[in-house]
Design a protein around this ligand. Structure first.
Ligand SMILES: [Zn+2]
Length: 286
């Protein structure tokens, strides 16, 4: 009998330690990524034309598997409708000078963690500054990338947290007056509601050179990013002005970032598809 209690006790302790270890690895992977690099040039299709888009979905940190899977046919469809070539990969080997030169737009489609080596970063930075079009989607704006230039100058906002209470919370979005007469707002709704995961940033990208396409109304969802007893200081938002989609020029290049895109629901939303098409057209100078 005594032995049974002993085994039960060790069983519970073991299970508890496993759970703590699992949560620890999960948080570490989401915040810092477990980083793997690829540097060999990849095989590209021969028929890339003058208007080609690279959709890059590598996830070294948290992986938005469902969103990535749902997004690929959407990019393909947008490309097809507009006569643009879309090439999708998770292999960072494509970030070399010769192969990047085939693309006018690069989309970081829910990328996470440190996905490029230092040499690849230098090449990609130069590619953007020389006139490339960059689009970051959702996790491309979280804090797992460990790249100061990228966070400071490309994103122009530092990620704090996302709401936790309800995984997908429906909130209202408003087209911003910055963009009303901009080509990026062509065909977009002035206001719409969407179920997504809401990112909160320490700083407002408007304070730098960004213009805002959409803001989210914080009064319409639960802001809290607190995780029970583990994280207690994340029940706050950005206030009246909470940008959720923004854009700016980066030397000769253009940058567009959307914090929307956590789940397939977003990619299937007609207004989001229009937003992506507009973003590609603008960043790529198509
Ligand atoms: Zn997410």
């Amino acid at each position: 009998m005594e032995n049974t209690f002993k085994y039960l006790f060790y069983g519970f302790v073991g299970a508890f330690l496993c759970i703590i270890l699992f949560i620890g690895i999960f948080i570490y992977k989401a915040k810092r990524g477990i980083n793997f690099y690829h540097t060999d040039p990849i095989e590209l299709p021969l028929n890339l034309g003058e208007k080609s888009i690279l959709v890059f979905s590598k996830a070294n940190g948290f992986r938005h598997s469902d969103a990535i899977e749902a997004s690929l046919p959407i990019y393909e469809q947008i490309g097809h409708e507009n006569g643009w070539k879309v090439f999708a990969t998770e292999d960072a080997g494509v970030f070399n000078e010769l192969q990047l030169a085939h693309f006018q737009v690069v989309i970081w489609n829910n990328t996470s963690g440190k996905v490029l080596t230092d040499d690849q970063r230098t090449i990609f930075k130069q590619w953007i500054e020389d006139g490339g079009g960059f689009i970051g989607v959702h996790a491309a704006g979280d804090d797992s990338h460990q790249w100061a230039w990228y966070e400071d100058e490309v994103l122009q906002a530092h990620f704090s947290h996302h709401n936790i209470g309800q995984d997908l919370d429906t909130a209202m979005l408003y087209l911003d007056r910055d963009a009303v007469n901009h080509q990026l707002s062509d065909g977009l709704l002035d206001t719409f509601d969407l179920a997504d995961e809401w990112y909160c940033f320490y700083d407002n990208p408007r304070a730098q050179t960004s213009s805002v396409l959409y803001t989210v109304d914080e009064a319409t969802y639960d802001l809290s990013g607190n995780i029970s007893f583990l994280v207690k200081d994340k029940n706050w938002g950005m206030g009246q002005d909470h940008p959720i989609v923004w854009y700016h020029e980066q030397k000769e290049g253009k940058v567009f970032y959307t914090a929307l895109g956590h789940s397939p629901i977003t990619f299937r939303h007609q207004n989001f598809q229009q937003l992506l098409a507009n973003a590609i057209r603008w960043t790529g100078n198509f």
